[in-house]
Design a protein around this ligand. Structure first.
Ligand code: SF4
Length: 486
């Protein structure tokens, strides 16, 4: 595809995308099966070295990934509120609140008729009904009718502990059935937790609380914030000693010895996944891009939950081929013409993805740089390098390193501007963004706009403010073009 040539829209999921969807589903299904067999299942923070648990063949699931799914289903607010009612502060990260509520037994289930067991449909839900000519069908009052096939039941907050205490029978069966259609409800309870605080300290308290609630072991890897760009030997030594302690704990949890061969396989897979993932991210450098930057957000689940599996590496390699095809055929998954390119800084507001996307689409803005995505590209050789690699999480590196990463991506991916999400949930990330924003403008000479939001709690996002900021950014990018022409 020649530069500035308009790409045709590629519809439907590609083979790589389908393979990636299966990878995540399999992780959760295998964990459920392991639980049924009586094997221990762990909950892990997203940047805990997964290679360690893989060396013992332990099944692990990921609360951050689950919380993002719950938030995207728009059930985050109910669970955040449930956590607040338990006494957790509203200022704590939304992922942590959702996870702590889930851990205490809270679930968002479908509302049902207790007599019949039928789900109660929310009349306000669903898309407008269209006739065979594609025209919206109106009711007797002139309002658009809803397509019954797209309507959803009401949802309500329940507690699994109350349901499990019910006597066996039809009523209990109905209550359990109301939870099943929401797949995030199917994540098994933990028998141990794996926590690495290389992304934030909130993580430490969050996992300590889960361990206490369930009276289960906590495996903790402490990776402190690094004020230097390099990771020196004393830091490597500090983390390596913790790897040894973690291995010892995992031997007790699994009842097995550390399997060197399995560990090496997991490392090889994780490296292969990371390399393929980074190559996929690099496809955003093409102009126009063969994909929408929002696609990367969707694939985050795979790098978080399954980066040490060979199937994940293969699926990302397949996705690389799909993108190569898009380049050859002049197609893109971006459903509109790419007029401007921006870096999206931070985690998306999962409950508000359509609202986030709408003004970008209206203005022809593609997200062609995301720091959140390459942040999972851990590439290393051996345990010392592994310790160093896990030191390089976005929130544990110093501001110079953070700025250099982002500015490198902005240059390589040819952005015209930067859109910064001041994410109320993620204090360590948002805290230094004002200074970073100042540096992007100074160093890159591109306009930056910030908006307030939250990755999981919709109460902290205002669509009108966001739209105005995107509009302002678009005007600033256009003004820059005009000034250049002049
Ligand atoms: S890094 Fe940010 S988003 Fe992730 S758990 Fe910590 S506070 Fe929450």
């Amino acid at each position: 595809m020649a530069e500035n040539e308009k790409a045709k829209v590629k519809k439907g999921p590609s083979p790589g995308v389908l393979a990636l969807r299966k990878v995540v589903d399999d992780v959760y299904e295998e964990a459920r099966q392991a639980k049924k067999r009586g094997e221990p299942v762990g909950w892990s923070s997203s940047k805990f070295p997964c290679e360690l648990a893989a060396a013992f063949g332990l099944h692990v699931v990921y609360p951050e990934n689950q919380a993002a799914g719950i938030a995207a289903n728009r059930n985050g607010e109910m669970l955040c509120q449930a956590a607040e009612d338990l006494g957790y502060d509203n200022d704590i990260c939304g992922y942590a609140r959702i996870s702590l509520a889930y851990s205490a037994g809270y679930r968002v289930g479908r509302k049902y008729d207790h007599e019949t067991g039928e789900f109660i449909i929310n009349p306000a839900s669903g898309k407008p009904l269209k006739d065979e000519n594609g025209q919206v069908v109106l009711d007797e009052n002139g309002n658009p009718k809803k397509d019954p096939k797209t309507q959803q039941p009401f949802e309500e907050l329940v507690n699994i502990n109350d349901i499990e205490a019910m006597p066996e029978g039809e009523e209990k069966e109905r209550a359990l059935n109301a939870l099943k259609p929401i797949r995030q409800n199917l994540m098994p309870a933990p028998d141990f937790v794996l926590c690495c605080n290389n992304i934030c300290n909130c993580m430490t308290k969050w996992y300590e609380n889960i361990a206490r609630m369930h009276n289960i072991p906590l495996v903790m890897i402490d990776i402190p914030y690094n004020n230097d760009v390099d990771v020196d030997d004393s830091k490597v030594k500090y983390v390596r000693a913790q790897f040894d302690a973690a291995i010892h704990q995992l031997e007790k949890i699994s009842g097995r010895k550390f399997d060197e061969k399995k560990f090496e396989e997991a490392c090889a897979n994780a490296n292969r996944t990371a390399k393929a993932w980074l190559k996929v991210c690099d496809y955003l450098q093409y102009k126009p891009s063969p994909m929408s930057g929002f696609d990367l957000f969707n694939h985050m689940a795979d790098v978080v939950t399954a980066r040490a599996k060979v199937e994940t590496a293969e699926a990302f390699e397949l996705l690389e081929k799909d993108l190569e095809e898009n380049i050859k055929n002049g197609t893109s998954t971006l459903p509109f013409e790419e007029k401007k390119r921006v870096m999206f800084e931070g985690i998306p507001c999962w409950p508000k993805l359509p609202a986030l996307f709408k003004p970008l689409k209206e203005n022809g803005i593609n997200v062609t740089a995301v720091v959140y995505a390459p942040a999972f590209g851990f590439v290393f050789d051996g345990l010392d390098e592994m310790a160093k690699a896990y030191y390089k999480a976005p929130n544990s590196v110093c501001i110079e390193q953070g700025v250099a990463w982002r500015e490198g991506i902005c240059r390589d991916n040819k952005v015209d501007g930067v859109l910064v999400h001041y994410n109320r949930s993620c204090k360590p990330w948002s805290g230094y963004m004002a200074e970073m924003q100042r540096r992007f403008t100074r160093d890159l000479g591109v306009p930056c706009a910030g908006f307030d939001g939250d990755q999981a709690d919709p109460r902290n996002f205002n669509a009108a403010q966001y739209e105005t900021r995107v509009q302002g950014l678009m005007e600033a990018m256009e003004a820059k073009d005009l000034a250049k022409e002049a």
